[in-house]
Ligand binder design. Structure first.
Ligand SMILES: Nc1ncnc2[nH]cnc12
Ligand SMILES: [Zn+2]
Length: 330
């Protein structure tokens, strides 16, 4: 769906399509444990977040050089642009690469090369958000933040991802304090598989401005009231929730109820190479499965720009919002 939109929850490593994975494996002399792209795709049957993460971190082994990261990001931006994305705030997982011996500078400069050309090539403005792996230690996250210091001009904010349950936001209190002191914006995954209390902690202890997922807030009516009152954006990922079995089928996704409750929802693709669709596909899917009509889709698109980190470019935000208002549905 070509409705102009911002994508606010997108792991660049989750855009690694099987074809590119095999091409990079061949280029870098790496043998993948799959015969071909078909066999790899057949492995995309996940039971939960962890079963996905195991494959996701494994396949990253093909990413080595700046050129690899550049190609990955450029391929995503081309696909996103074709689905109406005008602005993308892109997550990356530096610790998943440094743990394999790939320097953080290689990752950031490689992604940066694609992002620098994105407006000219794809008409997509971008921001970069570095995520800490919550199943690693706070010390490891602090080391990642320290290693990113020479590249802060390229980084807008920090996030928190990976296996959620058992790794509450409070574990990263000092890391987020340090990030805030560096002038970085703050977001965190919370309430994907973890309890509603993690959402409250992310807001109160980490000082986040948006909640990534936040699906499980619906179990706590007081939390819902607070999120509505404070207009905290939620970056929902409905196709991801189905593939990782947070909801059984898309028709049962609470997105419609969340919007009706007054929550500031956005829809995003999370890891589109693994979950069956990019963000335009996701808009189309929620239209079909949940019966969201044009004005609800327009609200989601408007929210995506309002929740985006475009404070340093309000003129651009206003332009994007005008495009949303003027969009004519077929
Ligand atoms: N949906 C997700 N939840 C947590 N960590 C992730 N890393 C990549 N995708 C993720
Ligand atoms: Zn995510």
């Amino acid at each position: 769906m070509n409705l102009p939109k911002a994508e606010l929850h997108l792991h660049i490593e989750g855009t690694l399509e099987p074809e590119l994975a095999f091409a990079l494996a061949a280029r870098n002399g790496i043998e993948l444990p799959y015969a071909d792209t078909e066999e790899l795709r057949r492995a995309y049957l996940f039971d939960d977040l962890q079963s996905f993460l195991d494959l996701y971190y494994g396949l990253m082994a093909v990413l080595h050089t700046e050129a690899d990261f550049e190609e990955l990001a450029d391929a995503y931006l081309a696909r996103a642009a074709a689905q109406g994305v005008r602005h993308a705030e892109i997550f990356f997982d530096p610790q998943a690469h440094t743990a394999r011996g790939v320097d953080i500078g290689t990752v950031i400069e490689g992604l940066g090369r694609a992002l620098d050309r994105s407006e000219e090539r794809h008409g997509v403005s971008t921001r970069l958000i570095m995520c800490f792996l919550r199943d690693e230690s706070a010390e490891s996250a602090l080391a990642a933040l320290d290693a990113a210091k020479p590249y802060l001009h390229r980084i807008t904010g920090v996030g928190l991802d990976s296996a959620e349950v058992g790794h509450p936001p409070v574990k990263f209190r000092e890391v987020y304090e340090a990030a805030a002191a560096l002038g970085l914006r703050r977001v965190a995954h919370a309430g994907e598989e973890g309890p509603p209390a993690y959402i409250t902690e992310a807001l109160d202890i980490l000082g986040v401005e948006r909640i990534d997922h936040g699906l499980r807030c619906m179990e706590d009516p007081e939390l819902v009231s607070r999120l509505v009152r404070e207009r905290i954006p939620l970056t929902l990922c409905p196709l991801s929730n189905v593939r990782l079995r947070a909801v059984d089928i898309l028709e049962e996704h609470p997105l419609g109820r969340m919007m009706a409750a007054g929550l500031m929802c956005t829809v995003n693709s999370d890891d589109p190479a693994y979950f069956g669709g990019y963000v335009g596909d996701t808009f189309h899917a929620v239209h079909e499965a949940l019966g969201l009509g044009p004005e609800q889709l327009r609200e989601l698109a408007r929210n995506s720009f309002e929740a985006s980190f475009l404070e340093d470019d309000e003129e651009r935000r206003a332009r994007y919002l005008a495009e949303v208002a003027a969009y004519e549905f077929e």
